[in-house]
Design a protein around this ligand. Structure first.
Ligand code: SF4
Ligand SMILES: [Zn+2]
Length: 99
């Protein structure tokens, strides 16, 4: 699996945790706002100009997200990043190795 696909998977897991805990949605289900954010984040990754050579988005000099989405995704990462270890340790390790 390439880097882009791995990151797509990680952000999906993070948004799912966030939506479950913050918006009370069931596992595997996302509210409208979170679905929109996920779709947006996946689109950014698909069109990332660095492609498979990208670094982490949080350290990206461009940060291609529009302002409101950037705020949302940061909030999700802050909340779900540390929780990945509880819900998905394997993914977290992969995520950490990627840095
Ligand atoms: S923030 Fe940077 S690394 Fe992340 S998808 Fe956008 S251009 Fe690529
Ligand atoms: Zn939600």
């Amino acid at each position: 699996m390439g880097r882009i696909d791995r990151e797509k998977k990680t952000i999906k897991l993070m948004i799912e945790i966030y939506c479950r805990k913050k918006h009370g949605h069931k596992k595997g289900e996302l509210c409208e706002e979170c679905s929109e954010l996920l779709e947006y984040a996946h689109k950014r990754l698909s069109y990332c100009k660095f492609g498979e050579n990208k670094s982490t988005c949080s350290r990206c000099p461009i940060h291609c997200y529009k302002k409101d989405m950037k705020i949302k995704v940061k909030d999700v990462m802050r909340f779900s990043g540390p929780r990945l270890i509880i819900y998905n340790p394997v993914e977290l390790i992969k995520h950490a190795l990627n840095k």
